[in-house]
Design a protein around this ligand. Structure first.
Ligand code: PLP
Length: 394
């Protein structure tokens, strides 16, 4: 397979510096599969892929081809989408706190839908992009999410009703709907129900100000593993709070901003064991040092609270991908920088007594990994990506 072929091509004893760098294998078939699952379970909700999650252009191009739209957080992300020839009306600028010059850039590039959660943002929009469609982002109950977002963004219903709506009206702004995010890696799906209930309350309150809202943006937070439950909760809540007659009367469109859901399963990271230090009389056998870590593609350990799972890919030049049953050997695994924080795992159980020169692989590293790498200590952040397709692509 692609992992083995790439490694087989490397002459580990003579290669140039960096030729044995870590690399990703991206299965675009998994992205297609995610899209299909979304369409099957939530056909009524149009996805805007959250570009921040993984900015890989092949992924974006495939999603664009499939008809997916995009959630951009900054000028650069907007430009990424527009430079691919994707129409700006497929973009929601879903960052509630924006730089003025970026708002002007949104206007210049015809990005006409954004989220807002405070009055200052309304004044800024009136000055720099007065026609822009506005989604009021409300706070959610995201205490149990892997990555909380409502600690930073989202206003209460009360603030929305007593401050934002009256001011928007006074400034003549174009309030179009409501947005929320239940937290990335959400675990409590009741929060979806509550947020959709609150969104409906805001639709009703807005009507009193003469606004006929027609967009509900249910944000991200979805995962393939729990999508049965989360999508059921979305459907149940939409049916209850946005019944068909209401949706028809107001021509309501449901959109979402899934990131992790689309890409997490599509990327596998392969790393080279560059050093090993044996530890005597300890629970672990040795400390192994690999050529990617917390400052590279496994920044998700710090920023996204992920726990990447190591597996043996090669041991003494033999491949073991997917053929391993038991994992009796314990190691701690460290990244390549000189920083003690750069620890990938305190106690990884592996199938073999890994040695310098072996390769490890980490599956499911597509979300919030390559998007936030650094070049700390001079290690190159961007890993090479090899593309495969387990399904026929459009
Ligand atoms: N939308 C917004 C505004 C976000 O901040 C995020 C993640 O931080 C997302 C969408 C994507 O979330 P997820 O990857 O959990 O689907």
């Amino acid at each position: 397979d692609a992992l083995a072929n790439h490694i087989a091509e490397i002459d580990h004893d003579q290669c140039d510096a960096g030729d044995e760098d870590s690399f990703f294998v991206c299965d675009l078939g998994e992205v297609l599969q995610s899209f299909r699952i979304w369409k099957e379970k939530l056909p009524q909700v149009h996805p805007h892929y959250a570009v921040k999650c993984n900015t890989n252009l092949e992924v974006i191009k495939l999603l664009a081809k499939l008809g997916v739209s995009f959630d951009c957080a900054s000028k650069t992300e907007i430009d990424t989408i527009i430079n691919l020839g994707i129409d700006s009306d497929r973009i929601v600028y879903a960052n509630p706190c924006k730089t003025n010059s970026f708002i002007r850039h949104a206007k210049q590039t015809n990005v006409n839908l954004t989220t807002v959660d405070n009055v200052q943002e309304l004044y800024k929009l009136q000055k720099h992009h007065p026609e822009c469609g506005i989604l009021i982002r409300i706070v959610t109950d995201d205490e149990t999410a892997q990555c909380r977002l409502s600690t930073k963004f989202g206003c209460s219903l009360e603030v929305a009703i007593t401050e934002l709506l009256p001011l928007a009206k006074e400034l003549g702004l174009n309030v179009k709907g409501v947005a929320f995010h239940v937290g990335s890696g959400a675990k409590d799906f009741d929060s979806i129900y509550k947020a959709i209930r609150d969104a409906r309350a805001l639709f009703d309150a807005a009507a009193e100000f003469g606004y006929s809202l027609d967009v509900l943006d249910i944000g991200g937070g979805f995962e393939r593993e729990t999508f049965d439950q989360s999508s059921k909760m979305v459907t149940l809540s939409l049916d209850k709070f946005f019944p068909e007659a209401f949706v028809k009367q107001h021509q309501v469109k449901f959109i979402a901003e899934p990131g992790r859901f689309m890409v997490a399963n599509a990327f596998t990271l392969a790393t080279h064991v560059i050093a090993r230090r044996d530890i005597k009389d300890a629970e672990i056998r040795a400390m192994v040092y690999i050529n990617d870590g917390v400052y590279g593609n496994m920044n998700c350990i710090l920023f996204d609270h992920q726990h990447p799972q190591a597996h043996v890919l090669t041991h003494n030049n033999k491949f073991y991908y997917d053929s391993v049953q038991s994992c009796p050997y314990r190691f701690s695994i460290w990244g390549p920088t000189c920083d003690g924080l750069d620890c990938v795992s305190n106690q990884a159980k592996l199938s073999h007594d890994v040695q310098v020169g072996d390769w490890l692989y980490f599956p499911n590293l597509g979300a919030y990994t390559s998007a936030a790498t650094t070049s700390f200590n001079g290690f190159k952040g961007n890993a090479h990506v090899i593309y495969v397709a387990s399904e026929e692509l459009p």
